[in-house]
Design a protein around this ligand. Structure first.
Ligand code: FES
Ligand code: FES
Length: 148
């Protein structure tokens, strides 16, 4: 058993230590808001917050989570930054297919927590998640909306 803290709650997980956190979230805990895209830390669909840092959970082994606090999209509205981001995403109507958007919002939450008023350049630097539908302009607009 490996104990991890997800969205403020401890879970004892029976899985191999090298199991990616993404598998544990989706298959063991049923937290399917975090998506599987590439599995090789390239696309960002699996982004969660690890002690506030945007982290690609497909490449984070269970044994390396330790005592970190993990936040997933299911708990994004627990704080003001997350609430404002979700409101902005709705206001700007960001998603197209929606598949990448959980990861995008988690990456945006990490950005705004560290930099409450990012410039376009800051957003471009921080938001490295891929969107096959090309919603990048609306993502940037929603981040500015939430920051305002
Ligand atoms: S699924 Fe993790 S970065 Fe693509
Ligand atoms: S909204 Fe379709 S991949 Fe981003």
């Amino acid at each position: 058993m490996i104990r991890i803290n997800i969205n403020g709650r401890d879970y004892d997980v029976a899985a191999e230590p090298d199991t990616p956190l993404l598998w544990v979230l989706r298959d063991t805990l049923g937290l399917t808001g975090t998506k599987y895209g590439c599995g090789i830390a390239q696309c960002g669909a699996c982004t969660v917050l690890v002690d506030g840092e945007a982290t690609r959970s497909c490449q984070l082994a269970l044994e390396n989570v330790g005592s970190a606090h993990i936040r997933t999209i299911e708990a994004i509205e627990q704080d003001e930054v997350g609430r404002k981001l979700v409101e902005a995403w709705v206001e700007v109507q960001v998603p197209q297919c929606g598949y990448c958007q959980s990861g995008q919002i988690m990456a945006a939450a990490a950005l705004l927590s560290q930099n409450p008023h990012p410039t376009d350049a800051d957003i471009a630097d921080a938001m490295t998640n891929l969107c096959r539908c090309g919603t990048y302009n609306r993502i940037a607009a929603a981040i500015h909306h939430a920051a305002a």
